[in-house]
Design a protein around this ligand. Structure first.
Ligand code: ADP
Ligand code: MG
Length: 681
């Protein structure tokens, strides 16, 4: 028997080198191994006849080598090939850089070959199939094999062996969940840990997963709620308002909307109050969150503190910097604002760091380089994180943990349904900015097929002639063999020949350097470019109120949340704006998701619909943007478990606020472990 908290070296076959590899995956103990969950599963196919095997999908065939393996080429270029047959058909097999295969495989031998059969210029063939001895494959066939997220640090085989041993030999342990939470028919913890790694059936896998997802959510929620308790400390940076922030507010060319007023009041009472502020401002794109950030930063400055504003991209940080310094200059606000991103030259960075350290600089604007690099502040009083959906929970924690504990203000435009937000951001107070500035006309939407491009271009040209600007979004940077879809490079070329020559067209995409990207954005901002053909790099936060058309090619490729973000780049000024979603999927049936965008401009409604429509296969959206990453759980697909866990967390903490009862001991240990992990970052 191996103790759960024993170091991984207690396992057979795990020496210091493997232990080091495991450590890089965050695995230190036997228990960590048990809780290192598969990222997916492999399901070895039943053997099929070659003649009957489908092409271009994984298959397994049982066949005999008709020819001996022969090597062609040399060194890295070596190709080892031979022919196999199972009596129904014969195909070629090829391996690259594996010349030694010639010695271990012989004509007349029989193997199971698992791989993809495709048509090549050598006829039908399989490249790099996995090979198995017959009995070996028979044992695997029909089983569900775990695939671990090992990041290439160590092999699947080694990982499986280590985990199998941990599952077999770890000492049994009392349930982590208190009896009251365990529902009828739920798997025990022991059983769930066994089945999640080596499932006996699809049903057992599902049952194990549900139980462990519940656990994962519960631990997360207990952690943020206990964290919130611990955070309830005296206000380290009291900031009563005396002038600067108010002066700025009065200098604005517009009045705050009632929703902005409400949020600002909440922020003000937080920072002047008894506790440290920990607040999330949720507001749809264009609702005017930046002004709130600036007001909060100025409140810090007028009280002798410094403030930091973090944006998720350099483009956005730079844009904030430009706009904010201009606003300060216009209003005659005497604060020193500095920009700190990866693009800033080392020499200037040194000067800026020094200014932040000795307090000459009041406000720092930057990317998350601000927290990651060795930046120290003289008296940091507030940190504002813009577009929070690009920052993970960990960064959120990191900020709170780092040094002096400034006030925290987090801005998010991710339309997470309110029900989920309250749960997931349980460590934060929430302000909702649920109205757009007056004078905005609702964006007009159209979902069209590629045939309608001609009229779309006419609309764009009309808008440009009227002095406005437009975006066209393509999913790809350049032509790709792997993926169909419009690409920025060719698209811009095409437009240049279609549009009159005085229309200035520029491209923007993620493969450009930051300097290039910033230069293009600047020209667009200044109106020197009228039509920007871009990938989704413009998605976040970019604010050019003069832009009135957003056309998205291959809209069927994008998630709803992302399309909504893109649309949010227009409709930011007083002019009528348009969003055109081109559905190139060729499907005659209406695309439900795009139809939702057509029906409403309200991000929260869209989020609710997204939750309803989202299938397990959705490739974009919140999950991919790194927010709320759970090893097993998915806030959308496991929504019911999340709600159940939230209810359980509330109940538990009500009965036993500090989790002190013996029956909650293991649960508490796990939560503390999570907290320690966060702090060790
Ligand atoms: P988001 O919430 O998406 O970050 P921004 O803060 O970028 O939105 O604001 C969008 C635009 O609306 C900006 O050009 C900003 O100057 C303007 N704006 C903000 N508040 C108001 C208001 N109360 N009235 C009119 N315009 C406003
Ligand atoms: Mg913004």
């Amino acid at each position: 028997m191996i103790a759960r908290d024993a170091a991984v070296t207690a396992l057979k076959g795990i020496g210091p080198k493997s232990a080091e590899e495991l450590r890089s995956l965050g695995i230190l103990t036997a228990e960590d191994l048990l809780r290192f969950f598969p990222a997916g599963y492999d399901r070895p196919e039943a053997v099929t006849e070659i003649a009957a095997s489908p092409k271009d999908v994984p298959v397994a065939v049982r066949a005999v080598l008709e020819t001996a393996p022969a090597n062609r080429g040399f060194g890295k270029q070596t190709v080892t090939s031979f022919r196999i047959s199972d009596g129904t058909a014969s195909i070629g097999v090829a391996f690259f850089h594996m010349p030694y295969l010639k010695n271990s495989l012989h004509k007349g031998e029989e193997r199971v070959f698992r791989g993809v059969i495709s048509e090549s210029r050598y006829g039908l063939r399989m490249e790099h199939p996995k090979m198995f001895r017959i009995e070996e494959y028979q044992a695997l066939c029909g089983s569900i094999q775990p695939v671990y997220p090992t990041m290439g640090v160590l092999s699947q085989k080694k990982m499986r062996a280590a985990i199998a041993q941990a599952v077999r030999e770890c000492e049994p342990q009392a349930e982590m969940l208190p009896q009251a939470l365990i529902r009828d028919g739920w798997m025990s913890e022991e059983e769930a840990l066994r089945q999640i790694h080596f499932p006996e059936s699809e049903e057992a896998l599902l049952a194990a997963r549900r139980r462990l997802v519940f656990e994962e959510f519960l631990l997360f929620l207990l952690r943020i709620r206990l964290m919130k308790e611990a955070e309830k400390r005296e206000n380290p940076c009291p900031m009563p308002l005396s002038g600067l922030a108010e002066r700025f507010r009065k200098s604005l060319p517009f009045a705050l909307t009632p929703a902005q007023e409400r949020a600002w009041k909440e922020i003000r009472s937080d920072i002047a109050g008894d506790c440290r502020m920990n607040r999330l401002v949720q507001g749809d794109v264009g609702s005017g969150k930046t002004v709130l950030a600036v007001l909060a930063l100025l409140a810090a400055v007028e009280n002798g503190f410094q403030g930091a504003l973090m944006a998720p991209t350099e483009v956005l940080a730079e844009q904030h910097f430009e706009k904010i310094t201009k606003l300060f200059a216009n209003a005659g606000i005497p604060v020193r604002t500095v920009l700190l991103t990866g693009a800033v030259k080392e020499a200037s960075k040194r000067v800026i760091r020094q200014e932040l350290l000795d307090g000459r600089a009041d406000i720092a604007i930057g990317t998350h380089a601000l927290i990651q690099e060795s930046v120290s502040f003289k008296k940091l009083g507030i940190v504002v994180t813009d577009e929070q959906h690009r920052f993970g929970v960990r960064q959120r924690e990191m900020l709170g943990i780092k040094g002096e504990k400034p006030h925290m203000l987090v801005m998010s435009a991710t339309p997470i349904p309110r029900t989920l937000a309250i749960i997931l951001y349980g460590d934060l107070d929430i302000s909702v900015v649920d109205e757009l500035p007056i004078g905005r006309q609702p964006i007009r939407n159209a979902v069209v097929t590629p045939k309608a491009r001609g009229s779309a271009y006419r609309l764009i040209l009309n808008e440009i002639e009227a002095g406005h600007q437009a975006y066209i979004i393509c999913p790809l940077v350049e032509e790709s063999e792997a993926m169909d879809g419009e690409n920025v490079t060719d698209y811009a070329e095409k437009l240049r020949s279609l549009m009159p020559s005085h229309v200035k067209i520029a491209v923007l995409h993620g493969r450009m350097t930051n300097t290039e990207k910033n230069a293009v954005m600047e020209r667009f901002q200044k109106g020197e470019v009228q039509l920007l053909v871009s990938t989704t790099v413009v998605e976040v936060g970019v604010d050019v109120p003069n832009a009135t058309v957003m056309m998205v090619e291959n809209a069927e490729r994008f998630g709803l949340a992302q399309l909504h973000q893109l649309r949010g780049r227009v409709g930011r000024g007083s002019a009528q704006s348009y969003a055109i979603f081109v559905n190139a999927s060729g499907k005659q049936k209406k695309n439900d998701r795009l139809e939702v965008l057509n029906q409403t401009n309200d991000g929260f409604k869209i989020a609710e619909e997204d939750l309803r429509l989202r299938g397990p296969g959705d490739v974009f959206g919140i999950r991919q943007s790194g927010e709320m990453h759970f090893a097993l759980g998915d806030i959308y697909n496991d929504h019911d478990m999340l709600l159940a866990a939230a209810e359980a967390a509330t109940q538990l903490l009500k009965e036993d606020p500090g989790l002190r009862l013996t029956e909650h001991q293991r649960l508490k240990e796990q939560v503390q472990k999570l907290l320690r992990k966060a702090e060790a970052l």
